[in-house]
Design a protein around this ligand. Structure first.
Ligand code: C2E
Ligand code: MG
Ligand code: MG
Ligand code: MG
Length: 292
């Protein structure tokens, strides 16, 4: 209450403050209580082998339903959580929660080959990330090789020594590393090799443009060929049409994720999705999508 009054007073005495800044401070203040109030939850979006249609894993996507604001998207609140430093605590919660949930499903016979968790660069910088990951694995019983950690390419350029050291320690735990939004940043091949990553996720902007723009077609081909040469797995993000899927499969991109196959789902819905797949023969991904 006192904090709320303080914030309002600040607004009152500073009428020139821009709306964006005041919204961010409101978001930051509400976000500080989101974990304890149980307002954060995980969604799961599956990804598939494009040829066989087999389930390859699922990405965990954080959702915030604020009592005051309603649903707030991660593109809005993650940057705020990064500014306020809260992403370290939130990220640790996501790791624990994701590992516990997937391990529980596996004990119920609902197999999920891999779970991918997004990381913020701040978790590399400030948090005791390696310890958090080790704790999440130990407490849940999830095998390390089933956990994938996604880092966006654009943030990897900074503080490379610390990033390399942390990446080495994470790899030593047995987890896998993926570069998210690949193609939008500036990582060199030498850098990818040094980081010892396992997987590239081709950014959805390339997937969207690949069919219309010959230069983007060439970029996607080059990324897939490079990934194969470096023995990295490759996933295309944001596949929305059968034409995009067919192009990527023909380009030998092994895996795909996107609304064509399935949207991110809350845990109960994803559990039902896993149960259907555990019961029946492997569905082609587009049939899985039609299943929703
Ligand atoms: P991302 O990791 O690149 O996740 C992919 C985003 O694309 C997700 O957005 C997903 O819902 C969306 N998406 C998936 N398939 C399609 C499709 O076919 N078409 C379109 N248009 N979009 C698709 P979302 O859930 O809004 O998340 C946005 C970003 O927020 C993520 O991008 C990630 O960078 C960040 N984020 C989400 N959860 C976490 C988290 O737990 N920790 C951190 N640090 N960042 C997170
Ligand atoms: Mg991601
Ligand atoms: Mg991405
Ligand atoms: Mg993204």
């Amino acid at each position: 209450r006192a904090k709320a009054a303080g914030r309002n007073a600040f607004r009152f005495y500073d009428p020139q403050m821009n709306v964006e800044a005041s919204e961010r401070s409101r978001l930051r203040w509400l976000l500080a209580h989101a974990i304890e109030r149980g307002e954060l939850h995980l969604h799961f979006q599956p990804y598939f082998h494009l040829r066989s249609g087999e389930l390859a894993g699922a990405e965990v996507l954080l959702r915030w339903t604020s009592a005051e604001l309603g649903p707030v998207g991660p593109n809005q609140f993650i940057p705020v959580a990064e500014d306020g430093g809260q992403i370290v605590e939130i990220g640790a919660w996501v790791l624990r929660e994701a590992c516990a949930q997937v391990a529980t499903w596996q004990r119920q016979g609902l197999a999920l080959p891999a779970v991918a968790v997004n990381l913020s660069i701040l978790q590399f910088r400030h948090g005791d990330l390696v310890q958090q990951v080790a704790d999440a694995l130990r407490d849940s019983g999830l095998p390390a090789r089933q956990l994938e950690l996604e880092i966006t390419e654009s943030v990897l350029m900074h503080e490379t020594d610390k990033v390399f050291a942390t990446a080495d320690n994470l790899k030593a735990l047995g987890v896998r590393l993926a570069i998210d939004d690949f193609g939008t940043g500036y990582s060199s091949l030498a850098y990818l090799k040094r980081l010892n990553v396992d997987k590239l996720k081709i950014d959805q902007s390339f997937v969207r443009d690949a069919l219309a723009s010959p230069s983007t077609t060439a970029i996607v081909r080059a990324i897939v060929d490079m990934a194969r040469a470096m023995e990295l797995e490759v996933v295309a993000e944001g596949i929305e049409t059968a034409a995009e899927r067919d192009f990527l499969a023909a380009t030998h991109c092994a895996m795909g994720q996107g609304y064509l196959f399935a949207r991110p789902m809350p845990a109960d819905q994803f559990e039902a999705f896993l149960a259907v797949r555990a019961a029946g023969p492997a569905l082609a991904p587009e049939q899985a999508a039609a299943d929703r």
